[in-house]
Write a protein that binds this ligand. Structure first.
Ligand code: NAD
Ligand code: TYD
Length: 334
């Protein structure tokens, strides 16, 4: 692959994917298109910025001319650009519809016109809705239950329609809860770690029994790469692990690793429509030869250590007015 476009490449998973692709494919050019919203951060790409194979364009996936400029000449598109946080989607869904649905429509139209060879839409296990028992397989109905998940499910259906109607080679990955370096400290693990480092309470929703299965970002990137190259167009691929960890246990583990008092764990009002469990059957992506390399303990300790070693990165974010005002709304005024 000579050139690929990575949208949302200055965010958490996107920036890790850019690093992964530049290292793994020494002949590939990577174009990044990112609007640098509150969650995008050019410094996430600092260690790749001197590469002459990386071109960064600040732009919006909803903007046709910016998308055309970024997509011209590439063979593949990997779309990470999204509003990505469930709690923000509950506070205000409109930007989620705008970017996650309308933005994907603009990308698909450009990909069709420019005859892109592979279009990978990065989606989420949240499209299945919550799964009280058993595992979700790719053929299961989509039953999203919050505005974020609904906007991602809608984007998938639109992408799938471009495969069926126009023959655009669309691939979809449905990833689990991803953790690791450069995750904006509003998702649960970086929020718990950075609060613990500052001796602030760790807010556990409801009774803390909701579970998530965590996936290390490097494993998520290798799965996306595998599907991009070897996946069957028109298919979706679950990507995850089966380590089920409750919110309560996650808080306890973080406090234990950082040697902070156990009473920093604090139960707070539950998320509205909280999905209590996601669980994936990953047989299809495994049949392409993908396996996760990191178990829960290793990813947890690795992630904690990264935040310990990169305090200026997250302190700058946490000092921004936009972060403080979100935190106040979500945790003090709700
Ligand atoms: P993130 O919020 O860290 O990054 C999103 C990036 O998209 C940011 O750099 C932001 O600036 C950019 N962006 C937002 N709106 C844009 C727009 N209109 N135009 C251009 N760029 C825009 O998100 P993330 O956690 O890295 O997630 C990346 C993708 O992976 C998303 O599509 C998300 O739905 C999906 N996903 C995330 C997880 C997870 O656990 N984080 C799990 C499964 C799937
Ligand atoms: P989150 O990281 O927002 O991911 P998801 O999109 O899967 O909901 O939340 C993961 C889990 O952690 C979920 O069960 C909600 C819970 N949680 C808390 O208990 N406290 C928090 O402050 C946050 C952000 C999440």
């Amino acid at each position: 692959m000579d050139a690929m476009l990575v949208t949302g490449g200055a965010g958490f998973i996107g920036s890790n994917f850019v690093r992964y692709a530049l290292n793994r494919y020494p002949d590939t050019q990577v174009v990044v298109l990112d609007a640098l919203t509150y969650a995008g951060n050019l410094s996430n790409l600092d260690d790749s910025k001197d590469s002459d194979r990386l071109r960064f364009i600040q732009g919006d996936i909803r903007d046709r001319s910016q998308v055309d400029e970024a997509m011209r000449g590439v063979e593949a598109v990997v779309n990470f650009a999204a509003e990505s946080h469930v709690d923000r989607s509950i506070l205000d869904p409109s930007s989620f519809i705008e970017t996650n649905y309308n933005g994907v429509n603009v990308l698909l139209e450009a990909a069709r016109r420019l005859e892109v060879k592979r279009f990978l839409q990065v989606s989420t296990d949240e499209v299945y809705g919550h799964v009280p028992a058993g595992l979700s397989a790719e053929g299961d109905p989509l039953a999203p239950r919050n505005p974020y998940a609904a906007s991602k499910a809608a984007a998938e259906l639109l992408a799938q329609s471009y495969y069926i109607t126009y023959g655009l080679p669309v691939l979809i990955t449905r990833g689990g809860n991803t953790v690791g370096p450069y995750q904006y400290p509003e998702k649960v693990l970086p929020l718990f770690i950075t609060n613990a480092l500052e001796y602030k309470p760790l807010p556990v929703y409801g009774d803390g029994s909701a579970v998530r299965s965590y996936l290390y970002v490097e494993d998520h990137c290798s799965a996306i790469d595998r599907v991009l190259r070897n996946g069957q167009p028109g298919s979706a691929y679950n990507v995850g692990t089966n380590c089920e960890v409750s919110g309560r246990d996650l808080a306890d583990r973080v406090l234990e690793i950082l040697d902070r008092p156990a009473n920093l764990r604090e139960f707070v009002p539950d998320r509205s429509g909280h999905d209590l469990r996601y669980a994936l059957d990953c047989g299809r992506v495994q049949s392409l030869g993908w396996r996760p390399a990191f178990d829960f303990d290793t990813m947890l300790k690795g992630t904690v250590q990264w935040y310990v070693d990169h305090q200026p990165w997250w302190q700058e974010i946490r000092n921004e007015d936009s972060y403080r005002s979100y935190y106040r709304k979500q945790y003090h005024e709700r």
